[in-house]
Design a protein around this ligand. Structure first.
Ligand SMILES: NC(=O)c1ccc[n+]([C@@H]2O[C@H](COP(=O)([O-])OP(=O)(O)OC[C@H]3O[C@@H](n4cnc5c(N)ncnc54)[C@H](O)[C@@H]3O)[C@@H](O)[C@H]2O)c1
Length: 359
């Protein structure tokens, strides 16, 4: 395919998937040819909002995957559907942009990667937070060598009370693969790994808790209680990488702390510089780089452009990579590494010991 032809894309699952619709519609070399959702009400709302003709709205994803009019799909479905839909899509020769987490397990993620390789199609995982201006700036500084080698990082996404209960699948292990760690944690885990250059994880120690979900507390929406809750609502992990770097990592849907608190952060420690990226009340958004200037500890605060949708940038990157025949910077392999670490945290928590990845 050359840049002169347009990529024909479809979005399957239009909850958060509306962001993918917008991404495809705003790309000059892309045509959104189908949207799909099993729920006719949301399909109509999204279809009307984004001016998508009725003939391009589907309730059965098999019809979209079978269509010769579709080159690439976004999967924005509940987690347990990521693997089966992606694998079927590859069998029909489509490229796939999959929402995070890649899958509900390492095993399912591996099957997705195998299917992508067998079909010679792209599997990209949607890590939209990488495209926040602060992260793009930090990555630029790191690529320029300003941090030296990064030997340690801390990352987290901690909320006071936000156990998602819409759709009911988020709190079911079988359908979600996990709780706060796999839902929120996977995003900040990716940011830390991305900024550290995706080092290979070797061992993981961790703990996972479920204090509020089983009691129906701290849900969002407050009035909807989980029918089943067998996942974590808080988790902690400590990861050692090949080469000796380490990452300390935490995430919570719910915890006793300042009301409405929603804190999201990455701290980096490099041989030549450090950094703190922080977003959340009450401090607002911050990115600061720290280094010695004339032997004095100094803080550098960049002037950054206003944020635009990370989803839009991720979707545009996916389209450009397919049209240009270039590899994505967010391959399925990155999604798999996140799952390996999170699964190892669950195992470490159950067994009360450090776990060797792949053992
Ligand atoms: N990247 C991000 O910032 C971000 C944010 C939120 C959610 N997500 C991820 O996106 C995915 C979807 O999350 P959500 O919040 O939109 O969930 P959701 O439950 O609100 O929406 C999923 C949609 O899929 C539809 N659906 C379910 N089964 C289907 C089927 N068999 N065929 C067609 N449609 C079907 C549902 O009707 C629903 O509209 C999850 O994997 C989640 O982790 C990512």
């Amino acid at each position: 395919m050359t840049l002169s032809s347009k990529l024909r894309a479809a979005v399957i699952g239009v909850g958060v998937g509306w962001n993918h619709i917008e991404g495809y519609q705003t790309h000059p070399n892309c045509e959104l040819v189908a949207i799909c959702d099993v729920n006719p009400a949301i399909l109509k709302e999204r279809g009307d909002r984004f001016n998508i003709p009725e003939s391009r709205r589907f309730t059965d994803y098999h019809d979209v995957l079978k269509s010769n009019e579709v080159d690439a799909i976004s999967i924005a479905l509940p987690n347990w559907l990521h693997a089966p839909v992606a694998i079927e899509a590859f069998a029909h020769g489509k490229h796939v942009l999959c929402e995070k987490p890649l899958a509900v397990s390492v095993e399912a993620g591996r099957r997705m990667l195998e299917a992508a390789h067998a079909a010679n199609k792209m599997l990209m995982v949607c890590y939209n937070h990488r495209y926040r201006p602060e992260i793009v700036w930090l990555k630029g500084q790191i690529r320029a060598g300003d941090f030296g080698h990064i030997y340690a990082a801390k990352a987290g996404w901690m909320r006071e009370g936000w156990i998602p209960t819409h759709g009911q699948w988020f709190t079911q292990k079988e359908r979600a693969g996990g709780g706060a760690l796999i839902d929120l944690g996977v995003h900040v885990l990716d940011l830390a790994l991305w900024l550290m250059g995706y080092p290979k994880p070797v061992t993981v120690s961790g703990a996972a808790f479920a204090e509020f979900g089983p009691r129906g507390q701290k849900t969002k929406p407050r009035e909807i209680k989980p029918a089943t809750f067998d996942v974590d609502d808080m988790g902690f992990g400590f990861v050692r990488f090949e080469g000796g770097a380490v990452l300390q990592f935490e995430s919570a849907w719910a915890s006793h702390r300042e009301p409405m608190h929603d804190e999201y952060f990455v701290r980096l420690f490099g041989s030549e510089a450090g950094a703190n990226f922080y977003t959340g009340a009450p401090k607002g958004e911050t990115v600061v780089m720290f280094k010695l200037i004339n032997d004095q500890p100094s803080a550098i605060v960049p002037r950054l452009p206003t944020s635009i949708s990370g989803h839009r940038i991720a979707v545009h990157h996916f389209v450009d990579c397919i049209l240009n025949g270039t590899p994505t910077e967010s391959p399925g392999e990155h999604g798999l590494i996140g799952l390996q670490i999170i699964e190892a945290i669950y195992r470490s928590s159950q067994e009360g010991r450090e776990v060797v990845i792949g053992s």
